[in-house]
Structure formats: C-alpha cells, structure tokens
Design a protein around this ligand. Structure first.
Ligand code: PFF
Length: 444
C-alpha cells in the first residue's frame, strides 16, 4: 500500500518543513529584526498559530485519505460538494516550487564553486552573486533542470519508495552535517555572542512589521496553507496519532531553525560581520568568511551548501505532491501522467522566473514594476497561502461538526488540548492571518 509508516510520515513532514526557510530565511530575518525578541515572538507564533494550523491540515487530511478537495468534502457537514473548490490551493505549491527550484539551482552553483574558489571580499562576493542570477542564464537553466529532474524522479516513485525513502536518507544526512557545523561553531569564541544575540530579547526592535514577519515565517517554515501537510497526512494510516506526529514535526523544524541560526551567527560574529545583511547573508556574507579559513573554509562551505540542497530537495518534493494527488484522485489519471503535467508546469514557470531576473530578458518579464520571480513569491506567500489558511479555519469552525473533530482529537489527546485548539482555530488564527493578509496587500 502506498502509505507512510509513522516514522516515515514524521520524517517526510519534517523534511517538508525544514528547508531554505530554516537555514536561509530564518537567520536573515532574525538578523534584520535584531535577534532575541524576534525569536521569542516567532516561537509563540509557531506554538499558537503554526502548530494549530498544522493540526488542522493533519486532521482534514488523515480523515479524508485523499486529495485536498475530496478531503474537504469528506469532512464537511453532510458532505457538502461546494467545498471541492478548496482544491485551488494545490496550485500554490506548484508556483512556489518553480522559484524554489531556481533558488536551489543557485545553491547548487555555490556547492560547485565552493570546492575551488571562495571570494575574499564582500564586494567580490556580491558581484559574483549578481552575475550568477542576472547574467549566467545558461548555467541557471542547467541547474534548474537538474533540480526539477531530481524532484520529478523522486515523486514518480510514489509515497513509499520515493518520498519516504529520500527523506529517510537525506534527513539524517542533513542532521549530521548540521551537527558537525554546530560542534565547530561551539569551539569558536563568538558562539556565546550568537547565543546572547538570539536569546536576549530587546523589545525596542519589535514593531508591527516584526510581528507579521514572525507570523509569516512560522507559516512558511511549517509548509502551511499549501495543502502539503494535508496531502501528506492523507497518506498517514487512519489510526496513527496525528497530534503527536504534528508536535514532533513542529519541534524538529524549530530546533533546526535555531541550530542554523546559532551556526550562522557564530560564523558572522567571528568575522565581525553584519547580522542584518538581508537575503545576501548566506550568499554573500558567509562565503567571504569561509574564504578566510583556508582548506577548512572550503570543507565548511561545501558542507553548508550541500545541507541547504538536501533540506531544499525534501521540501521541494512536498510542494508538488498536493497537485499530483489532486490530479490522480479527481481525474483518475496515473501518477506518471500527473507528474508529467505538474512537473512540466513548474519547470516552465521556473524558467520564466529565472529569466525574469536576468539582464537580457528581465524587462520583458517585469509587470507593474515587479519581475515574474517576485510576483510568484508575492502571489503565493502573501496572498494564496494566507487565503488558504483562512479558508481552512472557516471550514473547520463553521462547516464541520464540532463533535466530529472532537472525536478525532480525543482519540489521541485530552479535552483541554482540543478546546484550546478549537478556540485558536475559530478565533485567534483567522484574525491573525487576516491581519497578515491585509498588511501584505497594503490595506493596513
Ligand atoms: N517549509 C519549507 C521551508 O521552510 O523552506 C518551504 C515550504 C515547503 C513551503 C512546502 C510550502 C510547502 F508546501
């Protein structure tokens, strides 16, 4: 049967959650928002909003044992067919995957070049990065093709032999690399500085932007609002404890983000570098630091970027799965055919995304002042993901019998936990996400 084992589900869901969001994005936004206080808010966002939403997707998926839209209908009061439309969210994963694959392609380039050369000045590192994304179109297409090909190859094999297996291999390897880097960071003097930067809250740095950034990050990092967790949970055996599994995944994801932060800030402080360098933190600041460490620097650089690729691949395969399952279940087509359709679409969109950042084609692929890459990013993380999340909350709170949900939770946990979860999903989470959505749209 094509289902996860319990440990397989935990690894695959953790593999989905742990990605570029943890190792690239979390450290740089933490740096931008000044460290400790931001992290505290982020942890609260994970606990109260992220985990709540995670459980929401898990309960819908595990009950439905099918694609997003069928699972919505199955859980709704009197099997209301109107909820089929919730299937729209499977498109989100495909769009994210198209530019995520492009970014993974940049990282592949860093893996390869870090073997031989590392820039010894920030200006050189900056120029290298700029050249890669805006001029080196040929290489970028090759990298994107390699990443897309790998993702397609894995998902073609299905849940058990493809997704579960790759996570079984890559997640422990990722853990090993991060453990090695953490041990090295521990030997450096600036480790304690990184700890105090990350865990001493300075609330003067916190404003509404920081709050919303923490919320958005909690969402992205747990792969929510895309139907990914829902679809993975649909391959979780019906009796498995989805509550415990969800908690474990949220913990693993959080620990890995914190470890990545500790490693990166230790490295940055060792070199006296800026912690608020933004998205270039990993692509520009780190290579310069590694270049000062000689041979060891090359080894660390390659390991670090390989870790990013591993983390990214296990997330990438999870982005396409909701759409695959949707096509397989609703249109009764084979996994091969579904993969061809979905793989082809995201590959093509990815080419558009990467060309839109290039000097030669950028102007043709820029609309309303935003290039196609940024538009895809904005459409998904700022609009489609929050919209889907609000929809999930409304669905569970008003279109599913409370007793049905209660029964599912009580099979694995106590009434207090259920009541807290229900209160959060009915009131707190939808309000918080609506504020996030309106803010992204510039309405507030
Ligand atoms: N959680 C992933 C990360 O932190 O990089 C990103 C992600 C994966 C988002 C899967 C959405 C998704 F469906």
């Amino acid at each position: 049967m094509n289902k996860f084992s319990r440990i397989g589900f935990i690894l695959a869901a953790a593999g989905s959650a742990v990605g570029l969001g943890n190792i690239w994005r979390f450290p740089y936004i933490t740096g931008e928002y000044g460290g400790g206080a931001f992290i505290l808010i982020y942890l609260l966002a994970i606990l109260f909003i992220g985990l709540t939403m995670f459980l929401a997707e898990a309960v819908i998926g595990q009950n439905g044992q099918s694609d997003v839209s069928t699972s919505f209908v199955a859980l709704s009061t009197s099997k209301n067919k109107n909820w089929k439309f919730a299937g729209f969210m499977v498109a989100t994963g495909l769009i994210i995957l198209s530019f995520y694959s492009v970014v993974l392609g940049w990282i592949l380039d860093y893996v390869i070049t870090s073997f031989s050369t590392l820039p010894n000045e920030a200006s050189i590192a900056g120029a290298n990065f700029e050249r890669l994304i805006s001029e080196d179109v040929g290489s970028l297409i090759v990298y994107h093709t390699l990443i897309a090909g790998t993702v397609i190859f894995i998902v073609l094999k299905g849940i058990k032999d493809g997704i579960e297996k790759i996570n079984l291999i890559l997640m422990p390897l990722l853990g090993l690399i991060l453990a090695g880097l953490l041990i090295y960071a521990l030997t450096l003097d600036s480790f304690s500085q990184a700890v105090s930067f990350m865990f001493t809250p300075d609330f003067s740095k916190i404003d509404s932007h920081a709050l919303l950034a923490a919320l958005g990050q909690a969402f992205f990092t747990l792969s929510l609002g895309v139907g990914t967790i829902l679809t993975y949970s649909a391959s979780l055996p019906k009796k498995a404890n989805f509550v415990k599994s969800s908690i474990v995944v949220a913990i693993v994801d959080t620990v890995i983000a914190l470890v990545a932060g500790l490693i990166i800030f230790t490295f940055l402080f060792t070199a006296g570098a800026e912690s608020a360098a933004g998205p270039g933190l990993v692509f520009i600041s780190l290579p310069v630091i590694f270049s000062g460490w000689g041979m060891l620097g090359h080894i660390i650089a390659v390991s670090f970027f390989v870790a990013l690729v591993f983390a990214g691949i296990t997330s990438a395969v999870s982005m396409i799965e909701p759409a695959l399952r949707f096509f397989i279940e609703r249109y009764k087509i084979s996994r091969q055919k579904a993969t061809l359709i979905c793989g082809g679409s995201f590959y093509f969109l990815g080419i558009i995304a990467l060309l839109s950042m290039s000097k030669s084609f950028g102007a043709h692929l820029t609309f309303f002042g935003k290039n196609a890459f940024d538009i895809m990013d904005f459409m998904t993380s700022s609009i489609m993901m929050p919209l889907a999340a609000i929809l999930i909350c409304i669905f569970l709170a008003y279109f599913v019998e409370k007793d049905t949900l209660k029964e599912k939770f009580l099979a694995h946990t106590n009434e207090t936990v259920f009541n807290i979860w229900y209160f959060l999903i009915k009131f707190i989470v939808p309000i918080a996400i609506t504020i996030l959505l309106l803010n992204k749209l510039g309405a507030i």
